[in-house]
Design a protein around this ligand. Structure first.
Ligand code: OSB
Ligand code: MG
Length: 371
C-alpha cells in the first residue's frame, strides 16, 4: 500500500513558554515552531521542526528551516508516491546538515503512515516495548540557587524520576554541591551544552564527587575525540547530545569510548529512520539511550513518546508534561505525567493525541503550501 503525498503545509506558530528556559548558550522565553502537515487520501500526518529560534544549539534555526523545507525538502516529497515512510529521509540526504528541518517532514510522514494503517505511531516505527515511559525533567539555569532548589522540589513532588540541571562555567560545582546537600539520593545529572574545553578537565573532575548519573555534552558540539580524552579522566559517565547527528557519529563515539550513554533527539538526527539506527547501534554496543527534548509543542512531544517506547530507551528522558512549557498545548488532551513520573503511552492511531487546529490557527505567524 503506497502513500501518495498530495500536499505539504508548513505553518510557523509562536508559543510563549510559561517559564524562561536558560542554557549555557542563552535564554528562551518564546518558541517559534514550524509544524509540517502532510496529506494523502484525506488523511493528515503531523511533524514538528525542533530547531531553536537562533543557531546556538546547532547551526539550525527557525528561519533557515523554513527555507530549507519550502525550497529543498518539501518539493522532493510532494506529489511523490512512496512505498513507505522509510523512503522520505533518503530523498533529502543530498542536503548537508539541516537535519531538524528534514526531520520535521520525515516524522510527519511516519505519523501519516501510522494513521493510514490505523495503528499507533510507536507501532509504525517498530516500538512498543515500553507501555509507560520514564520521565525526567531538564531544569534551566536559574537566577539563584534558592530558585533552583525550589524548582527541583516541585518537580520531585510531581513524581519526576530524575533531575537534569543545566551547567556552565560559574554555575557548576558550587551549585551542584548545594543540590546534593539538599537532595543526597535523587537521580541527578548535568548538561553543559558544550560550555567547556579539555582545559577544564580538572574542574569537571570535581563533579565526580557528586555521583551524577552522567554529564551531558561538556565539550564542543563537533568534538568526539576530546570527549574520549575527557571520559578517560572522569569517573562520571559522559552522555553525548550535540555530537551525535547520525548513526555514524554514534558508531565513532562508541568506538573511541567518548561516551557511555547517548541522548537521542529525533530532530538532531533527522527523523525516525536515523533515530532507530542510532538506537539499534547503541543497543548492540551495550550503550543505554534516552530521549532528549527541544522544548517541543505537543506534536514533537508525542513523537518523542513514540520513540521512547523502543527497547533500549532504558533511562528517563527529557520528555515531560505539556503544562511545564505551555499554558495551553496544541494537542488535546495535553501530555500528562503520572504521580510515579511516567507517561502512559496512547494506543490511538498515529501520534495518539488530537490536533487542536483552531488553537494552531490562533498562534499562526505564517503558512505556505507545497503541492
Ligand atoms: O541540550 O537537551 C538540551 C533545550 C533546548 C536545547 C537543548 C537542550 C534543551 C533541553 C530541554 O535540555 C529539554 C526539554 O525539556 O525539552
Ligand atoms: Mg543536551
Amino acid at each position: 500500500m503506497g502513500l501518495k503525498i498530495e500536499k505539504i503545509t508548513l505553518r510557523q506558530i509562536r508559543m510563549p513558554l510559561v517559564h524562561f528556559f536558560e542554557t549555557s548558550f542563552g535564554r528562551t522565553t518564546e518558541r517559534h515552531i514550524i509544524l509540517v502537515e502532510v496529506a494523502a487520501d484525506g488523511i493528515s500526518g503531523w511533524g514538528e521542526v525542533t530547531a531553536g529560534e537562533n543557531p546556538f544549539y546547532n547551526e539550525e534555526w527557525t528561519e533557515a528551516a523554513w527555507i530549507i523545507l519550502r525550497d529543498y525538502v518539501a518539493p522532493r516529497v510532494a506529489g511523490r508516491k512512496l512505498a513507505g515512510p522509510e523512503e522520505v529521509a533518503p530523498l533529502s540526504q543530498h542536503i548537508r546538515g539541516h537535519r531538524m528541518a528534514r526531520g520535521g517532514l520525515e516524522t510527519a510522514v511516519w505519523d501519516l503512515a501510522a494513521r493510514r494503517n490505523g495503528v499507533p505511531l510507536w507501532s509504525e516505527i517498530g516500538g512498543g516495548d515500553h507501555k509507560e515511559i520514564a520521565c525526567g525533567v531538564s531544569i534551566g539555569i536559574q537566577d539563584s540557587v534558592a530558585q533552583l532548589l525550589e524548582k527541583i522540589e516541585t518537580e520531585l513532588a510531581a513524581g519526576y524520576q530524575r533531575i537534569k540541571i543545566k551547567i556552565k562555567p560559574g554555575w557548576d560545582v558550587d551549585v551542584i554541591r548545594e543540590v546534593r546537600r539538599r537532595f543526597p539520593s535523587i537521580r541527578l545529572m548535568a548538561d553543559a551544552n558544550s560550555a567547556y574545553t579539555l582545559a577544564d578537565s580538572d574542574r569537571l573532575r570535581q563533579l565526580d564527587e557528586f555521583y551524577l548519573m552522567m554529564i551531558e555534552q561538556p565539550l564542543s558540539d563537533d568534538d568526539i575525540i576530546d570527549h574520549a580524552v575527557l571520559q578517560s579522566r572522569l569517573e562520571t559517565p559522559i552522555c553525548l547530545d550535540e555530537c551525535i547527528r547520525s548513526a555514524r557519529h554514534a558508531e565513532q563515539a562508541i568506538r573511541l569510548k567518548a561516551c557511555r550513554i547517548i541522548n537521542i533527539k529525533l530532530g538532531r538526527v533527522g527523523g525516525f529512520l536515523e533515530a532507530r539506527r542510532v538506537h539499534d547501534l547503541a543497543a548492540h554496543a551495550g550503550i543505554p539511550v534516552w530521549c532528549g527534548g527541544m522544548l517541543e509543542s505537543g506534536i514533537g512531544r508525542a513523537h518523542n513518546i513514540a520513540l521512547s517506547t523502543l527497547p533500549n530507551f532504558t533511562l528517563p528522558g527529557d520528555v515531560s508534561a505539556s503544562k511545564r512549557y505551555w499554558a495551553q498545548d496544541i494537542i488535546d488532551p495535553p501530555v500528562e505525567v503520572t504521580p510515579r513520573g511516567t507517561i502512559v503511552v496512547s494506543r490511538d492511531p498515529g501520534l495518539g493525541y488530537g490536533i487542536d487546529r483552531d488553537y494552531i490557527g490562533r498562534l499562526l505567524v505564517r503558512e505556505e503550501t507545497v503541492s
